[in-house]
Design a protein around this ligand. Structure first.
Ligand code: WQD
Length: 340
C-alpha cells in the first residue's frame, strides 16, 4: 500500500512519514525543500530503518506534477502537507501564499483524478475559523472570514476539494484542521526546522534559549485572557502525525460512506504564550529572555478545539502533555546545535 506524502521532509510531514512506515505503509515523498532540507530523509531512515522513495520538484509545476502521478498511478492515497504556513508571513506576502498553496492543491487533484487515485488527506487548519464566537470550536462552528491570507488559502482549499469531489466521483477526502503543532520526535532526529528566522512560537523559544536569537518578543499582552497573552491549542507533532495514519486507514478501509469529512486535531486545552514559556522554563531549566510587545497583525486572540468528533469517530485522542511538547522541542534544538 503506497502513500504519497507531499511536504514529507517538513515538520509534520516527516513525523507522519515515520508513523506511516512504522504501520507498514510504503511512502513516496515529494518536496522542494522550500522549508526543509535533504538531511531529513537520512534521519527518517535512521528512525524507521526505511528510506522513503523521494522526488524533488515544485508541486505548482503542473507538467511535472502530472508526470509524477502518471508514474505513480498505483498510489492508494495522498497526504498533502506541502504549503506555506506562517500566519504572520502570509499577511506580508499574500500573492506568494495564494499562488503556492492553491496551485499545488489543484495540480494534485488533477493528478489524482487522471489516475484514479482515491484518497486525499488534506492538511487544513484551525485558522479557517478566524476568531470563533464560541469556544471550544467544533467542526460545525461557522467558518468566519479568515484573519490572514494563510487561513484564507485553507478555507479556499477546502472549497476546492469539496467542489472537486462533487464533480468527479472516485475521490474521497478528509480535511484535518490542525491547531498548533509543536514538539519533536523522541529520537531528536526530526523536529521543527524553520529556515531563517522562525515565524512560529516554539522554534523561536528554543532558538532564543540556545543563543541563536537574542530575545523572544511576545506578541500582545493586552488580550482578554487570563494573563493577557494569546491562547492557542498546542498539540504534540507525534500525536498529530498519528492522526494522519488513522485518517488514511479510515479511507482505505472505506469505513465511512461520506466522501468528505473534517476533523479538528487539537488537545482541547487552550494555553497562553506565557503558559508555554513557563512550561519550557520548567522542563528545560532555562530562564527565557523575552519581552512583551504589540500584537502581531493576523493573530486571533484565542482559539482551542472541541476534539470530541475526532475522539469518537476517528478513535484518536492527543495524549502528550505541554511539558512533553516543550521538553522534546528543547531536546531537538540541543541535538541540532550539536550536529552543526
Ligand atoms: C502562536 C502564538 C503568536 C511567535 C500556527 C501555524 C499555522 C496553524 C495555526 C496549522 C501567537 C505568538 C509567535 C513569536 C509570539 N497551524 N508568538 N512570538 O500563528 O497560531 O499559527 O498555528 O495549520 O499554520 O503557523 O502560530 O506559533 O506563529 O503563534 O508571541 O515570536 O505565539 O502571536 O499568539 P499561529 P505561532
Amino acid at each position: 500500500m503506497k502513500i504519497l506524502v507531499t511536504g514529507g521532509t517538513g515538520f509534520i510531514g516527516s513525523h507522519t512519514v515515520v508513523e506511516l512506515q512504522q504501520k507498514g505503509f510504503d511512502v513516496v515523498v515529494v518536496d522542494n525543500f522550500s522549508n526543509s532540507n535533504p538531511e531529513v530523509l537520512d534521519n527518517i531512515e535512521k528512525i524507521s530503518g526505511i528510506r522513503p522513495e523521494f522526488e524533488a520538484f515544485d508541486l505548482i509545476d503542473q507538467t511535472r506534477t502530472s508526470a509524477f502521478f502518471k508514474k505513480h498511478y498505483e498510489l492508494q492515497g495522498v497526504i498533502h502537507f506541502a504549503a506555506f504556513k506562517a500566519v504572520g508571513e502570509s499577511v506580508q506576502k499574500p500573492l506568494t501564499y495564494y499562488r503556492n498553496n492553491l496551485q499545488s492543491l489543484m495540480n494534485i487533484l488533477d493528478g489524482m483524478r487522471e489516475n484514479n487515485i482515491p484518497n486525499l488527506v488534506f492538511s487544513s487548519s484551525c485558522t479557517v475559523y478566524g476568531q470563533p464566537d464560541d469556544l471550544p470550536v467544533k467542526e460545525t462552528s461557522p467558518i468566519k472570514k479568515a484573519w490572514s491570507p494563510y487561513g484564507n488559502t485553507k478555507q479556499i482549499s477546502e472549497d476546492i476539494i469539496t467542489d472537486t469531489i462533487t464533480a468527479y466521483v472516485g475521490i474521497r477526502a478528509i480535511a484535518l484542521r490542525y491547531f498548533n503543532p509543536i514538539g519533536a520526535h523522541d529520537s531528536a532526529l526530526i523536529g521543527e526546522l524553520p529556515l531563517g528566522v522562525p515565524n512560529n512560537l516554539m522554534p523561536f523559544i528554543t532558538q532564543t534559549a540556545i543563543g541563536l536569537r537574542p530575545q523572544l518578543s511576545v506578541f500582545g499582552s493586552d488580550y482578554n485572557t487570563h494573563d493577557g497573552t494569546a491562547i492557542r491549542d498546542y498539540i504534540h507533532v507525534v500525536d498529530l502525525a498519528q492522526a494522519h495514519v488513522v485518517a488514511v486507514e479510515r479511507m482505505i478501509g472505506k469505513i465511512s460512506e461520506k466522501s468528505f469529512e473534517v476533523f479538528n486535531l487539537g488537545t482541547g486545552n487552550g494555553l497562553s504564550v506565557l503558559d508555554v514559556i513557563n512550561s519550557f522554563e520548567k522542563t528545560s531549566g532555562q530562564k527565557l529572555n523575552y519581552i512583551l510587545v504589540d500584537r502581531r497583525p493576523g493573530d486571533v486572540e484565542q482559539v482551542w478545539a472541541d476534539t470530541s468528533f475526532a475522539n469518537e469517530v476517528l478513535g484518536w485522542k492527543a495524549v502528550k502533555t505541554v511539558d512533553e511538547m516543550t521538553s522534546s522541542a528543547w531536546n531537538w534544538e540541543q541535538a541540532l546545535s550539536k550536529r552543526k
